[in-house]
Design a protein. Structure first.
Lengths: 231, 231
């Protein structure tokens, strides 16, 4: 296991304390969240945790959760107790960008339905302003996608259709991903205004700016685990 | 043909004057829009119109347009010249509710991409306040649909999953429709606030409130056609 993988595993194990017996848990998607899913499976198998059930945020996570023995249910009307998921960037407000893994819409539905939403990642994900390193992924309907991309450009972003092996990436929901690169130096208020404007564009299913949703962040660094709690 | 069908045909024929040779035309969905599609096909066949191409807003409209000989293209980045579509309710601002036919998302993408957006219908569709007779259709992802319905209830609506022959209605995009009944007497400002709030709920693809998009309305009544133009 590489040092970065060890960090991901350490932070997932640290965050697993937020899950207690009997809880309904939103299960994130991506390499860091996968460590959390495996850790929950291990704790269920050992008896450290009991009666935990999961709501997966992707087909891939559902497959992994079944492999490690976590019972799965559909997202109920009253939401979940806690969701633990990775992120691509996180700022001092604990707002984040998610979706480089492509599961942003289901992740956002479950995050917004969580009594506690917890982010996990390595300390390199921390940024001064969201969008400074990574693009904002936007899930768009294939119908009218060129027009939708033009509208994203009109909002100040440089949109690029995400490709996998030369073909457009398709999400679990059957849509496309447009990665929106914001101009260098875009201030935080402009990023928030971009998020609000994108919400109103028809043809857009969701975007990777998760604002005001996070309760707690665990960050792994060379000196251990840092825990941040929303004010 | 019933009297109501004759009114729909008359208003479609009246609105067809907005289409001129060489135009790219957004083709609406539903029984009134179908009369417009047939009329455009007739004008193309007779030579009254030339070089008109269409962007269909549903699979059903695409099928009809092919039958009547309208060449079809995908929605381009710079939009369409004019779109003509039906509506379920229209108010004095020319704002409307659409989507009882289930094609609201593609209709809204094309409407918002139109240099002129034209509504057609019978005079019975005119209301004082949107939502007073018909529910607001909302297209939602099947993933988390119960939670999404609970959030719509939290915004003050009474959500009902749309069924067809006892099974959930599925849209051309593969999603569900939740019809949101607003409380009697909901004022116009509250309807607009509802629309803005719905835009920000994850799991919602689009909703049937079309605000600030309409340029012109043709209404058929017993005394002829009334034409309203946005101020």
């Amino acid at each position: 296991m590489t040092e970065i993988e060890r960090m991901k595993q350490r932070v997932a194990i640290a965050a697993a304390v937020r899950v207690r017996s009997g809880m309904l848990v939103g299960l994130g998607t991506g390499s860091t969240a996968a460590h959390l899913v495996r850790e929950l499976g291990r704790r269920l198998a050992s008896g450290e945790l009991q009666r935990v059930r999961g709501v997966p945020t992707s087909v891939a996570t559902a497959t992994l959760a079944r492999e490690v023995g976590i019972p799965l249910v559909e997202l109920p009307a009253d939401g979940v107790d806690v969701t633990i998921d990775g992120m691509d960037e996180v700022d001092d407000r604990l707002d984040c960008i998610k979706g480089l893994g492509g599961a942003l819409t289901r992740e956002k539905i479950v995050a917004a339905a969580s009594r506690e939403f917890v982010l996990i990642g390595d300390h390199g994900k921390r940024v001064g302003t969201l969008g400074e390193r990574t693009p904002v992924p936007v899930e768009v309907l294939a119908f009218g996608a060129e027009r939708t991309a033009a509208r994203l450009r009109g909002l100040g972003a440089e949109p690029r259709l995400r490709l996998v092996d030369g073909a457009p990436k398709t999400t679990d929901n059957g849509h496309l991903i447009v990665d929106c690169h914001l101009p260098p130096g875009t201030p935080a208020e402009a990023v928030r205004a971009f998020a609000a404007a994108v919400d109103g564009v028809p043809g857009i299913v969701s975007h990777g700016l998760f604002l005001g949703l996070t309760h707690r962040v665990f960050l792994a660094g060379p000196d251990g685990i840092e825990e941040l709690v929303a004010g």
